[in-house]
Design a protein around this ligand. Sequence first.
Ligand code: MN
Length: 233
Amino acid sequence: MGWTATGLYGRNSSPDRPQVGNPPPSNGPFSLTDMPYDYADLEPQIDQLTMEIHHKRHHGGQLANLNNAVSEFPELADMTVEEVMKNVSRFNTSVRNNGGGHYNHDLFWKVMAPEGHRGEISSELKAALERDFGGVEEMKNAFSSAANGQFGSGWAWLILDDHSHLKVLGTPNQDNPLMDIAPTRGTPILGIDVWEHSYYLAYQNRRGAFVSNWWDTVNWGEVSRRFKKGPIH
Ligand code: MN
């Protein structure tokens, strides 16, 4: 048995559990992702309080900042967040950080799922991983190395490039490979948030344990769907 995060505050609310409250108010064209499961549903790999703070405060704060940027850049109102990423060099650092944060977290919530809802890796994705990495386990090892090796805050990604080849890489801060400023560009189909806020309550400094346990939360059905959809042009 490996180490797990079970029992930090218990699965459900207790009198001792901090109250997180609501996300900051945010009016504008971009909306906070509706969570496709409950905050406790990824336990024991990710604890309920971490999920709730992460979604409401971290993602919610970035979403509010992105919507606030519309007053400075009115054209944002007519763009999808994917279009913002692909044209991010037209905007400022706040749009880069907060737009990136919105895109990244929206993907992160959706590529995880509760037990029983994680689907299967498609035969097409499995074949592509064998072609580009030598196998599923080899990709996971490369991805975990990128996640564990990302210095400071950032993300690790499995991306599809414009030739529909799969690659693994890390990006700092809230950058992602969809951005037109990214050194290596492509469409993420899987990503992990390795900012400390993603795991620190339960795992403290043990990023490697978080990354290792996180694999058990991956929604392979959703990753396979994103692979089939192909690169965002
Ligand atoms: Mn985060």
